[in-house]
Structure formats: structure tokens, C-alpha cells
Design a binder for this molecule. Structure first.
Ligand SMILES: Cc1ncc(COP(=O)(O)O)c(C=O)c1O
Length: 383
């Protein structure tokens, strides 16, 4: 079966790039076009691309002034890059618990962790559900704290009518293979603030002074770079630039982002129809005024009825695909546990043990029926 995630434009753009004389200084500028279109799509003033969605978080933190001695409040129930990025910035992740229904940070869970050292809050728009709302940002503003949205798993989700990633100061997205859109590895930041945009751009590009945050201006003019008197580095930076090849693929994927997202939502809704009424599966709650873009359909399993392992085995036996459990909480991983042995977030710990993440990127007609039938059988067996 042809991989539906890759359409004809991915190949066409990469071919155009290579035929145009890779590495493409004379080429169309796929990265610039991607950034321009991504900004337009999300309604952001600036979109700055990166090598991945961990580099984006690192850059966002540094752009917001986070550094050694600072603390950043993060959830523990997420992929570890959220906390690792805080360490990359030289700061300390402080773990706040998550809401038992939505599985994400709320202002109530964040507030007790604010100290004089807190420099930013970085909620995760988890499984496709926006954690950041206008009210969350208002509260953070009143404490002088920038909100960085880790929206790696949430493309086109919405809260209060605005796209996830665009409500806080900086939004961060990942184009890693499992995400709504992909180019293998890649990432994007969005912001409306020109100063932050400039900082993000420079950080992504070795601190080069000539580089502009404007879309399509991520390269330095050849005549400037050729001159021996040219000053390059005006700030500290990393080489976090997205390659033109990845940019070409991501540009083609962005053209289909609506379709990809609609597919995930449709798969999640079909799973939820089957789960409806089941007493031992509690689906992640999507609050009013919120659009969940369902990177995965997450549900908490009541293991008093059936153990996670038993549920998984039965689902596979009935012809279901493998589903994932949640990542171990960041502070439960050996590396972090050595740094932060005293942390405890009881809700996240319970959810982590019980979580089932159903995949949502199936071909609806071809692949979903067997998944839905498998789930129906498992539910009826343990009901
Ligand atoms: C919530 C979250 N944050 C950050 C990342 C890191 O993104 P990347 O793998 O592109 O570095 C991921 C995914 O991989 C993620 O799921």
C-alpha cells in the first residue's frame, strides 16, 4: 500500500531543489516559503524553522531570557524533550501536576510552584489538546511570566478561537515522524513579537547578525558573507537551521495539514464512539471552546477492571494495532531522578501508569474498521 502521508509534491519539491543545484542557494528557498506559509496558516507574524522540536524549545527558552539559576515550570507527563530543553538552557525544570480530566497543566496546578526564580512557564498541548488558554496567559502575564507553548503534538488545535501555539509568547512545533505533519525531523517556532523572532532566528543560526527574522530572509547575502571584513557573530547561537531538503518536504506537508488533522480527528471520534459508555476507559476531556487535534486519542484505563498488559494483549489478539502507554514521567527517568529525587506529582503518576494512547493516523475506510472491531470486542469482554 502506498504511504498516504507522502504525496506527489514532497517528491516534486525535493526534485526541484536537487535539480536546481543543491545546496540550493539559487533555488526557490523552500525553508523561507515554509516559514511564510506556516506563519500565515497559524495567523502568526513570524515563523522560524529549526532542526527539530527540541531545538525550538531550547531557543524559545533562551529567547525569553531563561538561563542558569532560573526555574521553568513544566508538566512531567510529556515526552522528555520539554524538560531536557530547560536543562539545555542551563535552567531547572520544576514539575507541576496535571489536571486529572484534561491531563494538562492548569493555572491552579502551576501557581503553587511559582517562586522568585521562576522565569517562564512551558505547558504542553498534550495529545492534540491545547493546555494554553487566554486566561492561562492572562494569569501568567499578571505574574510577569512568559508562556512558551510546547505544541509539538498539537497542530491546528484551538483554544478560545485561536490556534494552539499562538496564544503564549512563543509556540513550538515538531515535524518528527509521528507528528501531524513531518519531514523526518524538523521544528517550527511562531511568535508575534519581532524582538523574540529576531532572537529565535539568531539563536538558530550561530548568532549571525545579518540574518533576519522575516520569512525568506534566513540566508545571508552572498556578497556580505564573502567579504573578509564581515562580522558574523553578534550573539551566542547554535546551528539549528532546518535544511532545504526538509523544508521542501515540510512545505508539501503543510499544504495537506488540514487533511492530516481532519483524519486524526475522525479516527479519534470513531474510537470515542466505541468507548462511549465504557466504565473502565476515561477519555481525555476536551473542554468547551477547545478543539483537540488528536495527535493521539488518550484514555485512562481503570486497572481495577483490567490490567494495562491484559488489555493490550486482548486488543492485539482481536486484530488491533499496537497502542502506546504514556512515557515515564520525566522525573522518573534515571537521569532526572538523580537530579530531582524529591519530586511527586500524584495525578500525573497515576495517569502515566494507566494511559492508553490509541493511534489516530489510520486510513479510515481501509484500516479503521479492524481497529474499531478489536476495541469493541475487548470492551465487551471486560465489561
Ligand atoms: C511534547 C513534545 N515536545 C517536544 C518534542 C520534541 O520534538 P522533536 O522530536 O522534534 O525534537 C516532542 C516529540 O518528539 C513532543 O512530543
Amino acid at each position: 500500500m502506498k504511504n498516504w502521508r507522502i504525496g506527489s509534491n514532497e517528491l516534486a519539491y525535493v526534485t526541484e531543489l536537487l535539480n536546481g543545484g543543491f545546496p540550493g542557494r539559487q533555488s526557490r528557498g523552500f525553508v523561507g516559503e515554509l516559514e511564510k506559509n506556516f506563519a500565515e496558516k497559524t495567523g502568526s507574524k513570524y515563523a522560524i524553522s529549526f532542526t527539530n522540536g527540541t531545538a525550538t524549545l531550547h531557543a524559545a527558552l533562551v529567547a525569553c531570557g531563561v538561563g542558569p539559576g532560573d526555574e521553568v515550570i513544566v508538566p512531567p507527563l510529556t515526552m522528555s524533550s520539554t524538560s531536557l530543553a530547560v536543562l539545555h538552557a542551563g535552567a531547572k525544570p520544576v514539575f507541576a501536576d496535571v489536571d486529572p480530566d484534561t491531563f494538562v497543566l492548569t493555572w491552579e496546578t502551576v501557581k503553587p510552584h511559582i517562586s522568585s526564580r521562576t522565569k517562564a512557564v512551558m505547558p504542553v498541548n498534550l495529545y492534540g489538546l491545547p493546555a494554553v488558554t487566554e486566561e492561562f496567559v492572562r494569569q501568567a502575564d499578571s505574574c510577569g511570566l512568559p508562556v512558551i507553548e510546547d505544541s509539538a503534538q498539537c497542530f491546528l488545535g484551538k483554544a478560545d478561537g485561536r490556534y494552539a501555539g499562538t496564544i503564549g509568547k512563543i509556540g513550538s512545533f515538531s515535524f518528527q515522524n509521528s507528528k501531524h505533519m513531518t519531514c523526518g525531523e524538523g521544528g517550527m517556532t511562531v511568535t508575534d513579537d519581532p524582538e523574540l523572532a529576531q532572537k529565535l532566528r539568531r539563536f538558530s543560526s550561530l548568532g549571525y547578525g545579518q540574518i533576519s527574522a522575516e520569512p525568506g530572509k534566513s540566508k545571508i547575502d552572498k556578497n556580505v558573507i564573502a567579504a573578509p571584513e564581515t562580522i558574523r557573530h553578534v550573539e551566542y547561537g547554535f546551528n539549528y537551521r532546518l535544511s532545504e531538503i526538509c523544508g521542501a518536504v515540510a512545505l508539501a506537508q503543510l499544504e495537506r495539514l488540514d487533511e492530516f488533522t481532519a483524519r486524526r480527528i475522525r479516527c479519534a471520534e470513531a474510537f470515542m464512539e466505541v468507548i462511549d459508555g465504557c466504565k473502565f476507559l476515561k477519555v481525555q476531556k476536551t473542554p468547551a471552546n477547545t478543539v483537540n487535534s488528536y495527535w493521539a486519542l488518550a484514555a485512562e484505563l481503570d486497572q481495577n477492571t483490567v490490567s494495562w498488559k491484559e488489555f493490550q494483549q486482548e486488543f492485539l489478539k482481536q486484530g488491533g494495532d499496537g497502542f502506546y502507554g504514556a512515557w515515564r514521567l520525566a522525573y522518573q527517568e534515571p537521569f532526572f531522578a538523580a537530579l530531582y529525587p524529591q519530586v511527586s506529582c500524584p495525578v500525573a503518576e497515576r495517569l502515566q501508569r494507566n494511559m492508553i494512547q490509541f493511534k489516530t493516523h489510520y486510513l479510515f475506510e481501509e484500516e479503521m474498521p479492524s481497529q474499531l472491531n478489536a476495541l469493541k470486542s475487548v470492551i465487551s469482554k471486560f465489561s
